[in-house]
Ligand binder design. Structure first.
Ligand code: HEC
Length: 106
């Protein structure tokens, strides 16, 4: 029984690692999803004064705001710029990015 489980676990591991690139971490996703284009390096060099600094903010707050901007619960003329790209960011990717951003210096 134990051997069967290890064999299955190994097979799952092989299949999941063979299907496409490894899941990017928060730092990689922050660049890949173009967050960096507006919020700047480490979330703290926004390209416009009207854009917020988000590096070092609490993880829970970052995730809540991303979710609200994605769903449209938070909506204004500035958040619209970000909403467009949020359709391409999954819930697990948002969690990865929020975790990484919260660990950046303010
Ligand atoms: C096109 C520019 C743009 C891109 C790309 C963008 N954002 Fe934003 N983001 C904004 C703007 C502008 C706001 C402020 C909206 C407002 O004024 O309500 C904002 C707000 C936020 C907030 C809330 C900040 C706060 O203090 O309430 C978070 C968190 C955030 N963005 C994270 C991200 C992440 C993570 C990504 C990448 C997945 C991203 N943003 C991509 C422009 C952008």
């Amino acid at each position: 029984m134990r051997i069967t489980i290890s064999v299955i676990a190994f097979a799952v591991l092989v299949v999941s690692s063979a299907s496409g690139p490894a899941l990017a971490d928060g730092a990689g996703l922050y660049v890949e999803k173009s967050c960096i284009a507006c919020h700047g390096a480490n979330g703290n060099k926004p390209v416009m004064d009207a854009y917020p600094r988000i590096g070092g903010q609490s993880e829970m707050y970052i995730l809540a705001q991303m979710t609200d901007i994605k769903t449209g619960a938070r909506s204004n003329s500035h958040s619209l710029a970000m909403k467009n790209i949020m359709g391409n960011v999954s819930d697990s990717e948002m969690a990865e990015i929020a975790g990484w951003l919260s660990k950046q210096a303010q």
